[in-house]
Design a protein around this ligand. Structure first.
Ligand SMILES: Cc1cc2nc3c(=O)[nH]c(=O)nc-3n(C[C@H](O)[C@H](O)[C@H](O)COP(=O)(O)O)c2cc1C
Length: 377
């Protein structure tokens, strides 16, 4: 039973057992030597909690405010492209799980269900993540997100080109799948996945335009034609065009965060894209303390490596407003659909609650300055 899954590591293990290897490694892997992928996890482990005891922690609250909104926990679900290969209509399943938990869900440009479908079928606090494939496609996507009721736009800026994901290259993971004998053998060993998932190649539903009617031409749009000339001026134009909350995802330098806020952006996500883009990049946790103390800053979120409730407490203690949950929620959906995604979010929430009690923290709005100690330094 997926509801009995104990931790995120178990959900990952279940996902590994259900998915063909090339699909699991697309989800699990990073770029090149996976230095950043590992550093993201290590970054959390390098901090130790120094509990303060004999404090009344009988009533605990993990509620926080992001802008003018109250959230039950400081978490949102990260945008994940091609999630439809993990579970049929995974975007909708995860968005529904997030809505039920009262958490924001960020829909990827490279989703397999469209902006409009997700808005109709999931509801909740929906944010749209924008990849600038080219400026006119981007303008069209922004207008659609606005019309469909999305009120927070997340521009991802760390994808001037695609990262070199070597597991995908070794495994022959392509979009759409190229059915070589090796790929067919890999899939044949996962009959459960095959019968549930095989409806042909999932479409990149937001890009089903005249320009890209089939999965192959949509993939070409995403993989080969990202707009590498996108710069601060372009961001300024986007700021002028989008009337609601604008968040920039992929920042890894305090000066870039400052500049984004000066331009009028409402938030930043410090992120190395889950270790999938620039390998050897610093992790979000490395730069968080500098960004958190910027004057006149907006919302500061981080992502990469969140697998435990204690990670969320550590992020808050280092000055983040909250975290994005990336692979953790996808291991959930890949192992049990909507219920699995819901289980992943519940595990993180329950672990956070327990960690707060044991660390002597009754509220995430009041964390002692000396809660964390750096290990081994
Ligand atoms: C399979 C996969 C697909 C992703 N697709 C996108 C995407 O379409 N847009 C985006 O901004 N980030 C994307 N990311 C990055 C995530 O939004 C997030 O930054 C990252 O997963 C956080 O690290 P974590 O998975 O360790 O939590 C993707 C990550 C994974 C693992």
């Amino acid at each position: 039973m997926i509801r009995a899954a104990v931790n995120i590591a178990e959900l990952r293990q279940r996902a590994r057992q259900r998915l063909p290897r090339l699909v699991f490694e697309y989800l699990d892997g990073g770029a090149e030597d996976e230095l950043s992928l590992r550093a993201n996890r290590q970054g959390f482990d390098d901090w130790r909690l120094q509990p303060r005891l004999l404090r009344d922690v009988s009533e605990r609250s993990q509620a926080v405010s992001w802008w003018d909104r109250e959230l039950p926990s400081p978490m949102a679900v990260a945008p994940i492209g091609l999630a439809g290969v993990f579970w049929p209509k995974a975007d909708i399943a995860v968005a529904q799980a997030a809505a039920a938990a009262g958490l924001p869900y960020i829909l990827s440009t490279a989703s397999n269900s469209s902006i409009e479908e997700v808005a109709e079928q999931a509801g909740g606090d929906l944010w749209f993540q924008l990849y600038v494939i080219n400026r006119s496609i981007a303008d069209g996507l922004v207008r659609r997100a606005l019309a469909a009721g999305y009120r927070t736009l997340v521009l991802t800026i760390d994808v001037a080109v695609g990262g070199k994901r070597e597991r995908d290259l070794f495994n022959g993971f392509t979009q759409p799948f190229r059915l070589t004998p090796r790929v067919l053998w890999d899939m044949a060993r996962r009959p459960h996945w095959l019968t549930q998932n095989w409806r042909g190649a999932p479409q990149l539903a937001n890009l089903v335009t005249l320009e890209a009617p089939d999965a192959e031409s949509q993939a070409a749009l995403v993989q080969r034609r990202m707009d590498a000339s996108y710069d601060w001026e372009a961001l300024q134009r986007l700021r002028e065009m989008w009337p609601h909350r604008l968040v920039v995802k992929g920042i890894l330098h305090a000066d870039d965060a400052r500049r984004a806020f000066e331009l009028g952006c409402d938030g930043v996500v410090l992120s190395n894209h889950g270790g999938r883009q620039l390998d050897g990049a610093v992790s979000a946790l490395d730069v968080l303390p500098q960004v958190a103390k910027l004057a006149n800053r907006g919302l500061v979120l981080i992502d990469g490596g969140v697998r435990r409730g204690s990670d969320v407490l550590k992020a808050r203690a280092l000055g983040a407003d909250g975290v994005l949950v990336g692979r953790a929620a996808q291991f959930g959906v890949a192992s049990g659909g909507r219920a699995g995604a819901a289980r992943a979010l519940a595990i993180l929430r329950d672990e956070l609650d327990r960690t707060m009690a044991l660390a002597g923290v009754a509220s995430l709005e009041r964390i002692p300055d000396d809660l964390l100690r750096r290990n081994n330094f």
